[in-house]
Write a protein that binds this ligand. Sequence first.
Ligand SMILES: Cc1cc2nc3c(=O)[nH]c(=O)nc-3n(C[C@H](O)[C@H](O)[C@H](O)COP(=O)(O)O)c2cc1C
Length: 213
Amino acid sequence: MAKEIKVVGLGGSLAAQSNSLAALKVALEGAREAGAKTTLLDIKELNLPMYAPDLSEVPESVEQLCRTVHEADGLLWSSPLYHGTISGSFKNALDWLQLLSKREPAYLTDKVVGLISTAGGTQGLQAVNTMEFVVRALRGWAVPLVIPIPQAWRVFDKEGHLQDEKITEQLHALGHEVTRAARHFSSKVLTTPDAEQAEAQVQPLNQEEASAS
Ligand SMILES: Cc1cc2nc3c(=O)[nH]c(=O)nc-3n(C[C@H](O)[C@H](O)[C@H](O)COP(=O)(O)O)c2cc1C
C-alpha cells in the first residue's frame, strides 16, 4: 500500500481576519485533492512565545509545532508581507524550528515546501524569497512554483473568502505540486547519511556539527 503523504500548512498572521491564513487553507484543499493528509498550524492559534535559546522547558505549543513539522512529508508556508519581508510572528515560528537540529534527520531534510505570501501592495515576492532562504538554511527543498498574492485586499472578502478563481486554481496547483513532490521524495532516501554529513561539514550550523566533522 502506498505511504500516506502528510502535508502541514504553517502560516497566517495575528490579524482577526488573516488573508495569508485564508490563502493557506485554499492551498491545503489542493493538497487534500491530491491525496495528502493535511494539518493546519495557524500562527495565531499556536500563540508561540518568543524564541529564546537555552530554555530548560519547551512549551507545549512549541512541542506541537516541532512534532507536527518533523512528521510532515511536505509543508506549505504562508506569510503576509510586512515591511518588505515576512512578519515577525511567522519568523518567530521558523526560529523555533531550531529545535529540529537534533532530530533524525535534522531540520527539514528531504521535506518539500510550497511558498505563499499576501501583500497589500503590488509586490509579494520579497516574502516568498525570504522564506526560500529559510527553507534552504533548514536543508529543505522549495518547489519551483510559488504564489505571491499582491493586493490581497482586492481578492479576499471581509469574511476571508477568496473571490478570485485564477488564484484559487493557482493555490490548488501549489497544494497538488507539494503533495506530488513529497510523494516522490518520500519514496526514496534522498539525503543519505553521507550527504547529511557533507552538509554539516561544509556548512555547520553550530559548534556540535563543526566538531563532529
Ligand atoms: C505591519 C504591516 C506591514 C505591512 N507591510 C507591507 C509591505 O511592506 N508591503 C505591502 O505590499 N503590504 C504590506 N502590508 C500589507 C499586508 O501585507 C497585507 O494586508 C496582507 O494581506 C496581510 O495579511 P494578513 O491578513 O494575513 O495579516 C503590511 C501590513 C502590516 C500590518
